[in-house]
Ligand binder design. Structure first.
Ligand code: SAH
Length: 280
């Protein structure tokens, strides 16, 4: 499959609103698929398949590929270009919004995702917690792998580290894409963790607490909790009193590891504190 030819033949005009930057460098695509370690037994989810450059490489090695694409014209091109694979059940094209559709069961996710909704997609993939290899913008990729204390360690970094062991694999030049984006990209791999510090049934409360802290990520734990008191339905005086004794009170929020956050969550439960998603 040759990108330039397909784009000409179908008259594809990249739509910025859909984050369309097509990765057209075959060597990079090959390397990405190798690094994702896709095997013949794997059902692979691909989010934002475009006109199928990566899809083509994936159907070559996987048991089956499920390609989600929101752009109707591109979904039609996929069905046309991969008619045989679709007939053979090797490719399923799901035309729809990746943020709205339920993903069918899959073993691995390998995708060059639309940049404008990258964090929402990663958040969604956290819930599935499968072996995931993504091409994303470089600065976003760096946030996904950021460690406690790094200046870009944020809520999404914690979310990722709770579910996965994240690895920055390599940088991809912006010139491997059509049209050329303003910044370089990178490949990251997220390997699911076997053990989690908080059980599934308590995950929601845990992540609400994390949200409350990380909106004030540069503050100390104590001051961040006080500033987010509305999320725990506390008045200022009450909050000041309660959080006087909080563990890691003087530590900056962006220095907290997932394990320390779990300790804080235990402490909050002991204080009968519940955080909601919104303030007040
Ligand atoms: N993976 C392709 C295309 C990357 S561009 C490649 O590497 O060349 C991002 C793709 O995601 C585009 O095809 C765009 O139409 C699609 N897309 C954008 N928003 C989407 C959404 N909400 N759900 C599914 N696909 C989406």
């Amino acid at each position: 499959m040759r990108a330039a030819e397909i784009m000409r033949r179908y008259g594809i005009k990249p739509d910025k609103a859909l984050g369309q930057h097509f990765l057209v460098d075959k060597n990079i695509i090959k390397k990405e698929v190798e690094l994702a370690e896709v095997s013949k037994d794997d059902v692979v989810l691909e989010i934002g398949a475009g006109f199928g450059m990566l899809t083509e490489a994936l159907v070559g090695v996987a048991k089956k590929v499920v390609a989600v694409e929101k752009d109707v014209a591109l979904a039609n091109i996929l069905r046309q270009e991969f008619e045989d694979e679709v007939k053979a059940g090797k490719l399923e094209v799901v035309e729809g919004d990746a943020l709205l559709v339920d993903f069918p069961p899959f073993d691995k996710c390998v995708s060059n995702i639309p940049y404008n909704i990258a964090s929402e997609i990663v958040e969604k993939l956290c819930h599935y917690a499968k072996d995931t290899t993504l091409c994303v913008q470089k600065d976003f990729g760096e946030r996904l792998v950021a460690k406690p204390g790094d200046k870009n360690y944020s809520r999404i970094s914690v979310l990722v580290r709770f579910h996965f062991e994240p690895y920055y694999i390599y940088t991809v030049s912006r010139f491997c894409f059509i049209p050329t984006p303003k910044v370089d990209s990178c490949i990251v791999r997220l390997i699911p963790k076997k053990e989690r510090v908080v059980g599934d049934e308590e995950k929601e409360g845990f992540f609400n607490m994390i949200r409350a802290l990380f909106v004030h990520r540069k503050k100390s734990v104590k001051n961040a909790f006080i500033a987010s008191r509305g999320m725990a339905s506390l008045k200022k005086d009450e909050a000041k009193k309660v959080f006087e004794a909080v563990p890691y009170g003087d530590k900056k929020v962006f220095r907290l590891s997932v394990e320390e956050l779990a300790e804080l969550f235990e402490w909050c439960k002991g204080q009968k504190l519940n955080f909601s998603k919104t303030n007040g």
